[in-house]
Design a protein around this ligand. Structure first.
Ligand SMILES: [Zn+2]
Length: 308
């Protein structure tokens, strides 16, 4: 129930409450969860709140409500999509589309929640995009993702973004611990140092990165798993450069203001978006292609083309 989050997610709660009261519900929401552990439950509570005609928020109210009291699996107008294996597949979206093209089954709206939306691949991203581009009045999308730059720009721009507080992440005050918390691993200091040196080389001497890649990158990120961590940290870094660029607080790289400022000087906002997107593409390619060298070569080549 939404009321459960009244204090923990003050801002998100108010945005949603207002949208309902003013009858201004968007057709797509992007919940940027920042590692908030109850993100998916929150999305479900939000979906029920939207769907229930009486907009029940409180536990007592919900107990007697035929819709709110039901578990989400039994509500036909809410559909949850999550990765099957490593990715969310195109068929999952076309099945949804087909199902939703029928009339609402119970109420007046249908809602789909995409958990771990960063697991959309190129073809399912495109399928989703088509769906978002031609919104039907009674269909609402809720995308859940830890870091919104894990999604394509074109998807982000079609959603209302709601930032969830992650008190646990906010309480952690140094870069290393924050990265450990987000990646769910320990001993990340070498990873972070490697990423920072890589960024420095990349921003300074685009061309020689190719020649020094073994030392700069593969000395540490030499398996698919570690390389995914490396790219993830790159994304966190550039997201913070973007934060610095638009004047919002840094989220992760609190101990590296100098490095953030350096990169900020060398990139426009558009270039930062583009770089983050290239890292996302590399991450996706890595999931299908086990040739780490090839993935890295392509990435560096595309980064190089940006400068030209
Ligand atoms: Zn209800």
């Amino acid at each position: 129930m939404l009321d459960e989050y009244k204090n923990e997610q003050k801002i998100a709660y108010q945005i949603m409450d207002n949208a309902i009261k003013k009858d201004k519900v968007s057709h797509a929401y992007l919940l940027e969860a920042n590692g908030y552990p109850k993100k998916n439950d929150f999305a479900i509570a939000f979906a029920k709140y939207l769907l229930c005609e009486n907009h029940h928020k409180k536990l007592e109210e919900q107990k007697n409500c035929p819709l709110c009291s039901r578990s989400v699996e039994n509500i036909l107008d809410i559909k949850i999509i999550k990765p099957e294996g490593l990715t969310i597949k195109k068929e999952q979206l076309s099945n949804l589309q087909e199902e939703f093209s029928k009339k609402p089954l119970e109420g007046t709206k249908k809602i789909y929640i995409i958990e771990e939306a960063d697991k959309l691949n190129a073809s399912s991203s495109n399928a989703l995009l088509k769906f978002l581009e031609e919104p039907e009045e009674n269909i609402i999308a809720i995308l859940v993702v830890d870091n919104m730059y894990q999604l394509l720009n074109t998807i982000i721009s079609r959603c209302q973004i709601i930032n969830l507080q992650n008190n646990k992440l906010d309480e952690i005050t140094n870069t290393e611990k924050k990265v450990e918390y987000l990646l769910g691993i320990s001993e990340v200091s070498t990873y972070i140092q490697t990423v920072l040196s890589f960024v420095e080389a990349l921003e300074k001497t685009g061309e020689s990165v190719h020649l020094k890649i073994d030392q700069l990158w593969f000395s540490v990120f030499n398996t698919k798993e570690t390389m995914l961590y490396g790219i993830e940290i790159l994304i966190y870094f550039y997201k913070d450069v973007l934060n610095a660029c638009i004047g919002t607080e840094l989220e992760i790289f609190l101990d590296n203001i100098k490095e953030i400022e350096e990169s900020k000087k060398k990139n426009t906002k558009e270039q930062l978006y583009k770089k983050i997107n290239l890292f996302l593409q590399a991450k996706e390619r890595l999931q299908y292609n086990c040739n780490l060298n090839l993935v890295m070569d392509t990435l560096i080549q595309k980064l190089g083309e940006m400068k030209a």
